[in-house]
Design a protein around this ligand. Structure first.
Ligand SMILES: CC(C)(COP(=O)(O)OP(=O)(O)OC[C@H]1O[C@@H](n2cnc3c(N)ncnc32)[C@H](O)[C@@H]1OP(=O)(O)O)[C@@H](O)C(=O)NCCC(=O)NCCS
Length: 330
């Protein structure tokens, strides 16, 4: 699927998948339409009790394993999302939820300026209720909410061109590095005798502070950035449900003295075509890459092989990184 990042009415966009914790109270949602009695549907914010129905709907309409667990992550325990960040459509008589989406709050910086952003995810309509403009109505309410609370930018990845009908425009290229075939992954020769210092290891919750520091450092030098804070990293490392679609492998990268200097984030499972997705590879010290990339390549080759099965061999790395990223040139 082509990745598209869009924003209404127009502006910039960002790397996805980075959430920023909620900070401070949010204004109560107060812009929901008064229900017209001839309208067969009600559009309303999500409530905690909607979790099972939203999870079931998302599971039915999105063809990925771990969707319902991700929905549950977002309803309960996510640092940047509350149940009322979901919008749902239900028949006026109540009962089932027939369409939904969720807005994940993030804080980006653009040229050093704070930029509140909502990333839209999990857009779906039950098969029996499609073609009734429910998605347009959900977006209408989302945009009204964002206008009311001063969130100028909404972004979405997804069906190419589809979201233009709701005012979105292509704004940012995501990724762009070519895939690396599994057999072409360059790995360092086996070490000769002396045990080398480890260069990367699995992240633990104790690394959250250091990883937030890495993101702040990197955000300070990039024009457009989306830094995770400590709570965001804690959630990323240990907050997802076990089978959640977005529970990923987080590795910390270590400098010569064993301090955390960056991170590598990749999928836990292979995609249906056998690709292992690399979502982020960040180092606070750009001079550290030559030392780090051979070990990262070895790790990714091993992770891909470990995730493979007889009916799904490991084919390649899918690098959601810029083509100029050091890992793409390793
Ligand atoms: C895409 C989806 C959310 C649309 O829901 P919906 O409530 O029927 O949407 P609307 O009634 O507002 O719009 C229907 C229009 O969208 C179009 N549409 C639906 N799926 C589409 C797709 N994959 N690509 C392009 N257009 C699509 C329909 O053809 C229809 O077009 P028309 O107005 O010219 O007749 C729904 O089909 C769905 O849940 N699909 C599976 C999940 C999914 O792909 N979600 C989006 C992930 S980014």
């Amino acid at each position: 699927m082509t990745r598209t990042a869009c924003s209404p009415p127009a502006s910039t966009s960002s790397p996805p998948d980075r959430t920023h914790s909620l900070s401070g109270p949010r204004p109560a949602a107060k812009m929901y339409s008064v229900h017209n009695s001839s309208d067969p549907y009600i559009i309303r914010p999500g409530r905690p009790a909607d979790v099972d129905r939203c999870a079931a709907l998302n599971d039915a309409v999105h063809p990925y394993p771990g969707i319902s667990e991700w929905t549950r992550d977002l309803f309960d325990g996510h640092p940047a999302v509350r149940p009322d960040d979901f919008l749902v459509a239900e028949p006026a008589g109540g009962g089932e939820i027939v369409a939904t989406l969720v807005g994940i709050r993030q804080e980006w910086t653009f040229g050093g300026n704070r930029l509140p952003v909502v990333q839209v995810e999990l857009v779906g309509t039950d098969h029996d209720h499609r073609g009734r403009r429910l998605v347009g109505r959900l977006f209408h309410e989302l945009h009204a909410r964002c206008a009311a609370d001063g969130t100028a930018l909404q972004v979405i990845e997804g069906i190419p061109y589809y979201y233009r009908r709701f005012g979105y425009e292509y704004a940012l290229h995501i990724g762009g590095a070519p895939d690396v075939q599994a057999e072409a992954i360059r790995q360092p020769p086996p070490s000769s005798g002396v045990a080398a210092r480890p260069v990367l290891r699995p992240a633990t919750p104790a690394d959250a502070t250091a990883l937030a520091r890495v993101d702040r450092t990197v955000a300070g030098r990039d024009v457009l950035a989306c830094a995770r804070d400590e709570r965001g990293w804690l959630h990323e490392i240990s907050g997802h449900r076990h089978d959640s679609l977005v529970r990923r492998v987080v590795m910390v990268l270590l400098d010569d003295s064993g301090e955390v200097t960056g991170y590598l984030v990749h999928g836990r499972r292979l995609e249906p075509d056998g690709r292992l997705t690399v979502l982020a590879a960040v180092c606070a010290d750009p001079g550290g890459w030559p030392r780090l990339t051979p070990a990262m390549s070895r790790h990714l080759a091993e992770a891909g092989a470990a995730a493979a099965s007889a009916d799904r061999p490991f084919t390649s790395l899918r690098l959601r990184l810029p083509a100029t990223h050091p890992l793409a040139r390793a």
